[in-house]
Design a protein around this ligand. Structure first.
Ligand code: TYD
Length: 138
């Protein structure tokens, strides 16, 4: 997988004077079956989250409120995706290094994962990630 396999996916948007509504479903807007959801909130200014890669887990990330940047890296190339609306999300394939930074005040990041939480799926060392990528092991 490379950063070119990541993509912004627009979500349905029902604009309504009573308030707007968007949604996402398995295998439709989200290109995998959701096994897990988690969220980031109350992130202090200047903090960076998620400096790691997943061997298997795929993700879909939405900025439900506020804004933040998702930095993706495939060992060759880096790309920054700025998320700041609740009606689109970022699909992150497995095997990419990813960091999240520049959180605004009140940023709320909702994340869907394709696997249950498994510490063994994480690669926390960037050099190890680069080696695995170079050797085609992830
Ligand atoms: P981590 O994935 O390291 O956070 P981030 O990548 O956003 O910086 O997770 C932080 C802690 O939360 C870690 O100790 C394990 C726990 N955790 C779970 O128990 N289940 C989960 O689904 C996630 C994402 C984290």
């Amino acid at each position: 997988m490379t950063v070119k396999d990541a993509k912004i996916i627009d979500l349905p948007k029902f604009l309504d004077a009573r308030g707007n509504l968007s949604f996402a479903e398995n295998f439709k807007q989200i290109p995998f079956e959701i096994k897990r959801t988690y969220w980031l909130y109350d992130v202090p200014g200047g903090e960076c989250r998620g400096g790691h890669a997943y061997r298997e887990n795929e993700e879909f990330i939405i900025a439900l409120s506020g804004s933040f940047d998702v930095v993706l890296d495939d060992g060759q190339e880096r790309q920054v995706f700025s998320l700041n609306r609740s009606y689109y999300g970022l699909y992150v394939p497995k095997g990419l290094w990813r960091e999240m930074e520049n959180f605004s005040t009140n940023a709320f990041a909702l994340e869907f994962g394709s696997t249950l939480y498994n510490i063994n799926d994480y690669i926390y060392d960037y050099e190890e990630f680069q080696n695995l990528k170079r050797d085609g092991k992830i």
